[in-house]
Design a protein around this ligand. Structure first.
Ligand code: LLP
Length: 435
């Protein structure tokens, strides 16, 4: 199989080993141990550039792409994406502190979340976070009071539910009316929130935000969302006399986990959305606002590979073969949570056909601890290095210490050269918080 069709940072070298950005995965496993998250810096940078280019082509550089850091939040990744010119989206005090520790300019941080605590809002205000995306009326009032107490006027935007179904996995669909996120458009809730925000003397309403789902392959929902949101933009201008500066259309662009995944080039979303933005603005008599998008998964997913050592192979006649790896749901819970697809292979025989079918099982103490079921790979042997592709997003960031397993290290590869960006947890780390 041609693994570069899943991610162009992958290759197979003369030894038949899988490579990431030119680095031999067998050498990486040997040098840094397994399980190991590997991330191609070249691929992340390339993706950031592809996301920024259309802003110049379509909007004369107005607006930007914001990295949704929940996909993979650590200092070095934030440094990389910010050095490419992206802003950063955060959803917790922890993500704010990570971004600040990485040196991200507070003004370039966008703070999301459906139940930001008073402590988190206070932190955001005290650190001068540039854009607080208000989710609900309680939060609007809370923020108003906190701003008044401090004598400041923070910039806010409103999270809107535009009522768009992005045809994706039910757990990760967030744009429709039955969602815990944001102000509903069709009930009038969004307009009421805008009215309150505009009348507040302690808050400055600067934008609107929506996010319609994740791992979305269609262009249509994004186009529709842009039109619907610009309609609200215009309504706020005509009815409340408030012209905001930006419209954030969220993230959600799909990536390849399997060869057959029909992920569209990001540019094609951007082309279609930009057409819709220009048309709608002309129809509505609006100057084009700054457009933001907020991709997370698509910035990092395909840049990532996880490497494991095969510790055991258990064949149950007429049932299936389990390949047991030294990771599992503690470092990648996505199959257990969402039955997510992945491509698996034996990294040390990547040049051989994937003509064996097996189930990849983790080492946690429960039957549902699987990474992929009935999946093709090269015939495995004990001691092989098994690789799982497209693990850059929502793997490390959703990892836990379940069964007191230490979380793996992460190495970033640039021009074939690896460096540790997150060190492997030790047993001492696990015991650090216990009293
Ligand atoms: N903006 C907001 C407000 C979001 O809620 C999200 C994702 C994003 C941006 C980035 O979306 P992306 O481009 O990554 O699709 N844990 C799940 C994904 C949950 C996504 C939640 N929100 C998974 O592993 O598939």
């Amino acid at each position: 199989m041609d693994y570069s069709k899943i991610s162009d940072c992958l290759g197979v070298n003369d030894a038949g080993h899988l490579t990431v950005s030119g680095a031999d995965t067998l050498s990486l496993a040997e040098r840094f141990g397994t399980p190991l998250y590997v991330l191609s810096e070249d691929k992340v940078r390339d993706t950031c550039r592809r996301y920024l280019r259309p802003f110049h082509e379509h909007y004369g550089g107005l607006g930007t792409s914001i990295y949704a850091s929940k996909a993979f939040c650590c200092k070095e990744i934030l440094r990389v994406v910010v050095s490419e010119g992206l802003d950063v989206e955060v959803v917790s005090g922890g993500e704010i502190m990570t971004a600040l520790a990485a040196g991200v300019d507070a003004k370039k941080i966008h703070f999301q979340g459906n139940n930001k605590t008073v402590d988190e809002l206070t932190l955001a205000l005290d650190r001068g976070i540039g854009d607080i995306v208000v989710d609900n009326i309680t939060e609007l009032h809370r923020l108003d009071r906190l701003a008044e107490e401090r004598g400041i006027t923070p910039k806010i935007s409103l999270r809107i539910k535009p009522g768009i179904d992005a045809h994706t996995h039910a757990f990760i669909r967030t744009g429709q009316i039955d969602s815990k996120f944001g102000f509903a458009l069709e009930t009038g809730e969004a307009m009421n929130a805008a009215r309150e925000a505009v009348s507040s003397t302690h808050l400055e309403l600067v934008g609107l935000h929506c996010h319609i789902g994740s791992q979305v392959f269609d262009r249509e929902p994004f186009v529709l969302a842009a039109k619907v949101m610009l309609g609200l933009f215009a309504k706020i201008k005509s009815e409340l006399g408030k012209t905001m500066t930006h419209l954030n259309l969220g993230g959600g662009f799909g990536v390849r986990y399997k060869e057959e995944d029909g992920a569209l080039p990001y540019e094609s979303y951007m082309d279609d959305v930009s057409k819709a933005v220009h048309e709608s603005c002309a129809q509505l008599g609006l100057a084009i606002p700054k457009i933001y998008i907020e991709p997370g998964r698509s910035i990092v997913a395909e840049a990532g590979v996880t490497l494991y050592t095969v510790g055991d192979i258990k064949t149950i006649p007429d049932v299936r073969t389990y390949v047991a790896i030294d990771g599992g749901m503690f470092e990648n819970p996505r199959y257990a949570l969402y039955q997510s697809d992945y491509t698996c292979l034996i990294a040390n025989r990547a040049d051989k056909p994937a003509d064996f079918v097996a189930t990849v099982a983790g080492k946690c103490c429960e039957s549902g601890d699987l990474i992929q079921e009935h999946t093709p790979m090269q015939k495995p042997e004990i001691g092989d290095i098994l690789a799982v592709l497209s693990t850059g997003a929502y793997n490390y960031s959703m990892a836990s210490n379940y069964n007191r397993n230490p979380r793996p290290a992460c190495v970033m590869v640039k021009d074939g050269q690896p460096r540790v960006i997150i060190r492997r947890e030790t047993y001492d780390d696990l015991l650090r918080l216990d009293v």
